[in-house]
Design a protein around this ligand. Structure first.
Ligand code: G6P
Length: 368
């Protein structure tokens, strides 16, 4: 009903706007005196020191959180992190043993493939940790440890606030474990934690510039194929931006690691093709710029995403630029993904799609 949507036309838009609060609820109870405190996590320093491999296993958008986390965790923990689709992991004879930490990310806590993968990991002696939104769900109950995202109930099939809270919780866990391992420098720890706490406020700024995104959606909604390109964290974030768009607007879209363009996808770029170029990962900003030049040379129309300080620079090559506030690179995808969610939403709106209940999709997939 309209009342349930709190005045918003769709649950998806309501949930997009709930993100600052959902992030605050996920982060603030876990920060005390400038330190990450994870009271529910029973992993000792001795245990984590003995971990030789970390797996992150999930489906859909939760898997995309894993893709972001791989970059962040390897940076902060200096341990190999493998991200696996649950449906693949369960049948691939995974190399899990009692020195493996296996993390399962799931909004619902009921996804069948993720549940089956959890049982498989346990059977092989892995230690399991679930990052789940629904309290008391099957995955939460069966994992050795569980940490909750406090996103609150999510109704729209296309996830937004659950994804965002998963991201920040994974960042908090990385800080916590990196601190135990001694692999994070104090200044970096402090900066990331400070930026996680500052995130809700910066997100409010992103949400206040909704008109820009609305305008670009009205300009581009008629495209029938869209490419998201980026490197490193921008690539991982692009996977989610592309999935959001295709899920609810039914536009074919693909996310590509920019460096791979020349190995295939560039053949699909023709005059007028829309490329969403993600350039928020500042260490590789210049590379992102040259990829824009490369697709522009083939006639692409480029909508770019950049941080505020680099917006002008990006505007030299891209046709249009959406800017987000700057933060620490580890936290940047949490800001960058929001315009992509909004873009998907407004494109779907322009196309008259059933936004909260896209065809053929379910909120929680409890069959194989
Ligand atoms: C479905 C939903 C997605 C979700 C995926 C995994 O496909 O539509 O939004 O990312 O399942 O769900 P989970 O509850 O395990 O995160």
């Amino acid at each position: 009903s309209a009342a349930e949507k709190g005045g918003y036309p769709h649950f998806m838009l309501k949930e997009i706007f709930e993100q600052p609060e959902a992030i605050r609820k996920t982060v603030s109870p876990r920060v005390r005196e400038g330190r990450v405190v994870l009271d529910d996590l029973r992993l000792t320093k001795e245990y984590i020191q003995g971990v030789s491999r970390i797996f992150i296993v999930a489906c859909g958008s939760s898997y995309h959180v894993g893709m972001v986390s791989k970059y962040n965790w390897e940076r902060l923990l200096r341990r190999p992190v493998e991200v696996c689709l649950a449906s693949e992991f369960r049948y691939c004879d995974p190399l899990v043993d009692d020195h493996s930490l296996v993390i399962f990310i799931s909004q619902s806590g009921e996804t069948l493939d993720t549940m089956a993968a959890l049982r498989e990991a346990k059977r092989r002696g892995g230690r399991t940790l679930a990052v789940v939104n629904v309290v008391g769900s099957s995955i939460a109950r069966e994992a050795d440890d569980v940490l909750y995202t406090w996103a609150g109930p999510e109704i729209a099939v296309a996830t937004t606030k659950a994804y965002s809270t998963q991201l920040v919780l994974m960042d908090l866990i990385a800080l916590y474990l990196g601190d135990l391992l001694g692999t994070i420098e104090k200044t970096e720890y402090d900066t990331i934690l400070h930026e996680l706490e500052a995130l809700p406020e910066k997100l409010e700024r992103v949400l206040a510039s909704i008109e820009d995104v609305k305008y670009f959606a009205s300009r581009y909604f008629n495209h029938d194929s869209i490419f998201f390109i980026g490197r490193n964290l921008d690539y991982a974030m692009g996977l989610e931006g592309s999935l959001k768009l295709k899920e609810i607007s039914y536009i074919h879209s693909e996310a590509y690691a920019s460096g791979e363009l020349k190995h295939g996808t560039i053949s699909l770029i023709e005059p007028g093709t829309l490329v969403v170029a993600l350039g928020t990962y500042e260490p590789l900003f210049d590379k992102a710029m040259s990829n824009v030049v490369e697709v522009k040379a083939r006639g692409a129309e480029v909508l770019a995403l950049a941080t505020e300080p680099l917006k002008e620079k990006m505007a030299h090559t891209a046709d249009s630029v959406i800017a987000v506030p700057e933060t620490h690179p580890v936290v940047q995808p949490s800001l960058g993904v929001v315009p992509l969610q909004l873009f998907a939403y407004y494109v779907a709106l322009q196309r008259g799609c059933d936004i909260d209940k896209p065809r053929n999709l379910a909120k929680s997939v409890t069959v194989e």
